[in-house]
Structures are given as C-alpha cells and as structure tokens.
Design a protein around this ligand. Structure first.
Ligand SMILES: [Zn+2]
Length: 168
C-alpha cells in the first residue's frame, strides 16, 4: 500500500499501487475534505520548458517511485506540502524529509559546461551524497547517477542528456 497527501488539506490517502499499471493516472477523492485530485505513476515530462535532467525518487514505505524535472538555477527539494512552494516537491509521507531539505543548483560555467551542485537547505537531519553527510555550507558537484539521501528518502540525479557521456 502507498500513501499520497491530499493537495488541499494534507490528509493522507492510502491506495494499493499494485492494482494499477505504470504510467496511468490515479484519481482520488479525499475522505476528509472531498477534494478530487490525481497523480500519475512514473510520470514523464509533460511540457516544453527547458529541462536540465531530473531526479528519480526511489520507492520506499512512504512513497512510490517518482521522476521530477530539474531546471536552471536553484531547485529546492523537499516533501510536498500544502502552502510550501518549492521547485521539486516529493510526494511522500516521510516526515524526516523536510519541506525544504536540500538544493540542487544548475549553472553554466565559462567553458559552457553545465555544473550541478548540491547543498543542504539547511535541514535538521542533513543531506547525504552517497551516504556521506554534507557539512553546513558545503557544496558538492553532482555526477550523472549521484545518489542523494534526505531523511528516509533516496533519489538519483540524472543530468541532462547533452551532459551525459555514453560508452559503447
Ligand atoms: Zn483533503
């Protein structure tokens, strides 16, 4: 069973994800406030906004697998919550992941290379890159496939396709 948060009242709604196919939209009616909303399992990018890669949030006891896009500049990452506007809202009931937990910054350097850096927001429980805790004010450079843990939640960073190197 998985949980989603009602976008209106933050009530937790439980559903059985095994009953649904990947890529399908799931429709819910919040039992507390009556709000109708939908989520999509394994959602793919849907618009034309220039995108600099994405993160994939791994499935755990608190959330389903999610793919969320990254954009130029600061991308504030945290637990999706009513009333907190962030760039990368992760739909999860993991309360050890804060509403504003860490930031991925994407900028282009003088050589025209896109640089991805990670820093803590700051959060109480900290931000981990490959299980190593970032110091306060520390900025680390991310690579394609970097593994980041915030609270009980882990995500993998995928750089934009132009930045990836492929080997045969
Ligand atoms: Zn509700």
């Amino acid at each position: 069973m998985k949980k989603v948060l009602c976008p209106k009242c933050d009530n937790t709604v439980t559903f059985n994800e095994r009953k649904y196919e990947e890529g399908r939209s799931l429709f819910f009616v919040c039992p507390r406030c009556g709000k109708k909303f939908s989520i999509q399992i394994n959602q793919t990018k849907a618009d034309d906004t220039p995108q600099y890669g994405h993160i994939i949030v791994l499935e755990n006891a608190y959330c389903y697998r999610q793919q969320l896009p990254l954009f130029a500049g600061d991308n504030i990452i945290g637990r999706r919550s009513k009333g907190t506007n962030i760039h990368v809202p992760i739909e999860s009931s993991d309360t050890t992941m804060e509403r504003q937990h860490c930031i991925i910054n994407i900028s282009v350097n003088k050589q025209g290379k896109t640089i991805y850096t990670l820093r803590d927001f700051p959060s109480t429980s900290g931000t981990f890159l490959k299980h190593k805790l970032l110091n306060k004010r520390e900025r680390v450079i991310l690579e394609n496939g970097s593994i980041v843990t915030i609270g009980a939640t882990t995500f993998i960073v995928y750089l934009s396709e132009e930045e990836q190197t492929y080997t045969d």
